[in-house]
Design a protein around this ligand. Structure first.
Ligand code: SAH
Length: 277
């Protein structure tokens, strides 16, 4: 007989359940979406990705739910596990850090599910890029300073596709959110220098963004960010942000966003005054 869980499919259920790839957010369990939390609360089985999301899994899972850390599993073992559990439970959750579409091996996992006839769906999450900016009180975009954000990484064991090396991307002088690269900070520095960023260009590093007692925020420059991170012993789980918008809260002059400018009309508001520069 199939094991019965509180909320999973019980005996008599013949159709397989659905596998939900749920973004857990950056670590603080409060940052999971309502939809993600509801799915965890209904899950018969949860496969979570490593130490950053275990709190959400254990906080919200119902009694009797099978909870498994995937850190020692191969991709095949994970997909076999998900397929097997989808045969027993209506709701199976694969819980991932941040948003599942960023560096989450999503497609490698969904293809075997599709091949096995298992339905799946994705629930987005708050990416660590956003959580890092929130922690530091910084913004990814700023009018007439930078209006573009690049999510990237430097090559580690995973090579970068042609045209995507950091020096080429950094040449745009836009905001760069650099994942998976804290142990390769020297490569980040080399790439930014090669594309002409100044030694005093501001760089932000946030480790464990959104973790109440463990979050570390380091504000430095291209010249000193590595030394500062070493002093703080930051060697994992960190977001690197290079952006011409960093530090704008303290700038003497700031170009206003047109959207909130009194002289700027838009669909929801008529201009109330005319401002002359
Ligand atoms: N899907 C995730 C990224 C997974 S890749 C997301 O959307 O955030 C793992 C990398 O994400 C880490 O190497 C680190 O660069 C970053 N990261 C994940 N959680 C983080 C956190 N709480 N604080 C800072 N960086 C984090």
């Amino acid at each position: 007989m199939r094991p019965e869980s509180k909320t999973g499919a019980g005996p008599g259920v013949t159709t397989p359940g659905r596998v939900w790839f749920v973004g857990a957010g950056p670590g603080d369990p409060d940052l999971i979406t309502v939809k993600g939390r509801n799915l965890l609360e209904a899950a018969g089985a949860i496969l979570y990705a490593g130490s950053l999301v275990d709190r959400a899994a254990t906080m919200f899972a119902p009694a009797g739910c099978e909870i498994r850390d995937s850190k020692d599993m191969t991709l095949e073992e994970m997909t076999d596990w998900l397929i097997d559990r989808a045969g027993r439970h209506a709701t199976v959750v694969r819980l991932q850090t941040g948003d599942p579409s960023l560096y989450g091996a999503l497609i490698e996992m969904t293809r075997p599910l599709t091949a096995a006839g298992i339905a799946w769906a994705v629930v987005p999450g708050v990416s660590s890029a956003m959580a890092a900016m929130a922690a530091a009180g910084e913004t990814l975009t700023l009018p007439e300073v930078t209006q573009t954000v690049i999510f990237t990484r430097v090559a580690g064991r995973t090579p970068m596709p042609p045209g995507e090396d950091l020096a080429a991307l950094a040449a745009h002088k836009t905001t760069l959110c650099i994942f998976l690269s804290i142990t390769l900070l020297h490569k980040v520095q080399d790439a930014l220098r090669a594309s002409g960023w100044a030694e005093d260009a501001p760089i932000l590093v946030v480790q464990k963004a959104s973790w109440p007692s463990e979050e570390k925020i380091v504000c430095g420059t291209l010249a000193d960010i590595k030394r500062k991170c070493q002093a703080e012993k930051i060697a994992s789980q960190a977001m690197i942000v290079a952006s011409p918008a960093l530090g704008a809260a303290d700038w003497p002059d700031l170009i206003r966003s047109k959207l909130y400018d009194p002289a700027f009309s838009h669909r929801f508001r008529k201009a109330t005054e005319t401002i002359h520069d």
